[in-house]
Design a protein around this ligand. Structure first.
Ligand SMILES: O=C(O)CCC(=O)C(=O)O
Length: 382
């Protein structure tokens, strides 16, 4: 097995760089022209009769109101069948058209969401030496980190993070979680419990929408007490040249599904829709859910994971909490038999999540390269 024991070069904390007051960013963070945020509109051709200004204007007006769908979880579990069916239909459309949706009436206390976000903000605002006590390595990634992947000389993203294992309970080690602010450990545990429970409810509805037994996906992930869950708290510092870099490069999430608590004030998440990047507008007290690569595999690509990225800005830091809800890492994940037919054979071979995520741990985020490398060439175009 490949191992990744250490970072290939000294780790630089992006927040410390940003706070040093520099006016231009180091070349390590400068993305190639084609990947910069300002390149958003370049992929759709001009109509021959249009001026550049008209072309840009058309794009802006076509998408300025676009946002990912909002799903009401209460509707999905309503006792009224027609209400429930309508909700399920909306969610099925969201999963296949966007791979992303907001969820409201989700059952997690708004106060808890707020205090989790604020306590993590306080963690990042502590002196550097306090945070360095939790410095991570690429073996498990657990702790305080500033890069994904171990490729020497790679172009880096403009963000720091804290990564911790939450589920199954056997991998949970509170001693590795921040001791300050003092209530943070307690809040992580409470927040984790609420969000993991929400994940189970969402898996239930996705299974129903796929025509599977309602507990199919939860069982495929190892069952309620054995699913995997890890929390990555992202901190995106202000950036003096936001047009040259990204807070997170384009990627799909390797796991099952992600339950994201975005910053309440600062937007930054962009979701890929065809050739464009749509900036997600915050919805108060909502979580953002997205389909990961493992649901793509289990659903035999009925639902696909969708690329997303994060842009930064020069005025405000941004915090987000991503709970990755994953299959237990040693279970084989493969397309559900019910979704494999003669016309649509299995698109993926069985693989454990442990094997799958090693690719990301070594190479960092690479768009949808990993999941696409698993499909037979002829079957999954478009
Ligand atoms: O910060 C965000 O809004 C998105 C975070 C994300 O995509 C991730 O942590 O994988």
């Amino acid at each position: 097995m490949l191992s990744c024991q250490a970072w290939p070069e000294p780790v630089v904390r992006v927040q410390a760089l940003a706070e040093s007051g520099l006016s231009s960013i180091p070349s390590r963070y400068i993305k190639p022209l084609s990947q910069r945020p300002s390149n958003t509109f370049s992929s759709t051709p001009h109509q021959p009769s249009q001026t550049h200004h008209e072309h840009l204007h058309d794009h802006i007006s076509a998408h300025q109101h676009a946002n990912i769908p909002v799903i009401d979880l209460e509707q999905l579990f309503s006792k009224n069948e027609s209400v429930r069916k309508e909700g399920l239909k909306k969610m099925a459309e969201a999963c296949s058209e966007w791979g992303f949706f907001h969820v409201v009436n989700h059952g997690v206390s708004h106060e808890l969401m707020k205090s989790a976000r604020e306590l993590w903000r306080e963690f990042f605002n502590q002196p550097l030496e306090v945070k360095e006590e939790y410095a991570n390595s690429p073996t498990t990634y657990e702790g305080y980190g500033s890069r994904l992947g171990v490729q020497k000389g790679a172009t880096l993203d403009w963000s720091d993070y804290f990564f911790l294992h939450y589920m199954p309970p056997s991998v949970r080690n509170q001693a590795k979680w921040p001791a300050f602010p003092t209530s943070l450990r307690k809040v992580i545990a409470e927040y984790g419990e609420g969000v993991v429970k929400l994940g189970g409810r969402i898996l239930h509805t996705i299974s129903v929408n796929l025509g599977l037994k309602e507990d199919f996906l939860l069982n495929a992930f190892g069952g309620e007490s054995e699913v995997g869950a890890c929390l990555r708290v992202n901190f995106y510092p202000k950036c003096p040249q936001p047009d040259l870099t990204l807070g997170l490069s384009p990627h799909s999430d390797p796991g099952g599904m992600t339950i994201l608590l975005p910053d309440d004030f600062v937007s930054g998440l962009q979701v890929r829709k065809g050739d464009e990047w749509i900036t997600v507008k915050p919805v108060p007290n909502a979580f953002i859910i997205n389909i990961g690569d493992q649901i793509q595999v289990l659903s035999n690509a009925t639902y696909k994971s969708v690329e997303h990225r994060v842009i930064v800005n020069s005025n405000q830091d941004r915090v987000s909490l991503a709970m990755f809800y994953n299959p237990r890492s040693d279970l084989l994940i493969q397309p559900a038999k019910e979704l494999v037919t003669k016309e649509r054979p299995a698109l993926y071979s069985p693989m454990t999540y442990d094997e799958y995520r090693l690719f990301i741990r070594l190479n960092g985020t690479c768009g949808k390269a990993q999941v696409e490398s698993l499909t037979s060439k002829s079957s999954l175009q478009g």
